[in-house]
Design a protein around this ligand. Structure first.
Ligand SMILES: [Zn+2]
Length: 62
């Protein structure tokens, strides 16, 4: 399973439906999150980590 699919499941489990993907970047509420693998080893870890992208993209919602 790709990281992108895992990230999508993670977001949907959190009850968030207004998200989209820009290439391999997850976009939620106008905030971009870089998807990376997580190997923290926590029992409840789903193996994916979302990190806020530092890039400022301004308003995407009109
Ligand atoms: Zn983890």
């Amino acid at each position: 399973m790709s990281l992108k699919v895992r990230a999508q499941e993670k977001v949907e489990r959190a009850g968030i439906s207004n998200y989209s993907f820009d290439q391999d970047v997850l976009v939620m509420c106008g905030v971009r999150y870089t998807i990376s693998a997580c190997d923290c080893g926590e029992p409840d870890c789903d193996g994916v980590r979302l990190e806020k992208d530092a890039t400022v993209i301004g308003r995407i919602l009109q």
